[in-house]
Unconditional design. Sequence first.
Length: 357
Amino acid sequence: MSNPEAVLARMREYMVGPTRFMNLHACFDLGIIEALRKEAGLTAAELGVAVGVKPDAVEQLLYLLVKEGFVARDEAIGGYTLDALAEVAETDLQRVLTFMGMIKTGMLRQLYYLADSVSTGSVVGLKELYGFDGTMFEAAAEVAEVRAAWGPLAQNETASVYPWFFRSFDVPAGARVLDVLGGTGLGAVMTCQLKGSPGLRVTTFDRPALEAECLRNFEARGVAEDCSFVGGDVLESLPEGYDVVLLKHFVDMYDKDEVLTILRNAHRALEPGGRIVVLAAVYPEDITDTDDYQADFFPAYILGCVMGRGGLQKVSTYRSWLEECGFDVTEVSAKDPADIPADAIINRVVMCATKRS
């Protein structure tokens, strides 16, 4: 910014951010947008009847949407019609609404305690709101509201990311694969389905409490003979003797020292010449890139809502950490921009590296 006035004007954008978000979300939540999708030209009074809200309140909420061009108003009759929103495909709109729903339920209240979470290194919002002492991933297993907010988004992300992820690297025939923090076994199942070969064996490594569900999933998906589960703590050690180690989604949930520990544990887990594959969201090399929204979202999300520690890094940072831990980076893959929707916040890469002799 070149002058104080410009700085103040920029800060104003932050001041109105939460109100803009909730105004738009409320128009969907109340059914106003759905009513206009069914019938164009409804007045505030007619919309009020349709959604059970006072007409004056409907009109107040729609001022912003008219300003943004999402909705149009016929000044002559006072009727409202979907404008730009009418052009958005239903599947795209539902994806955005799923993400917005997670932000509303899984973030806004927790972020009230962001500074406290940063100070303590824990997700204070989960303690204050739900009496839960732990991470969002752990809370999702026990707190219905957290699970309802995060679960649909996780399913959408898995459906979008995993097919691309598994196309981004090779698994040698008959390899032994370790899926680190593989949860209830989806990654192991997909490894068998998409990278299968005679003798391929896949091990899911995660908290011991997940073993029973993971083994049930292996049985249900018909891969029980090819998959196994090992319980443990990723920051303590990993089982050894593997040809490929998969680190999917979670490295940004740890601070630098912890990531280095995980990478060193992965190095010990691999046979000579073995390969590590890391899937991670990353910051752009130029953090001032105004077309990238990672820094707008993830620091507050991870520190205030998910872990209380950790955060995204640049590819160059991950490369240096991998090299420090005994790996040679062989490939970095990113999604084709044409395959990334315009509303996307997350920018992921797949980094492949080989254990240095």
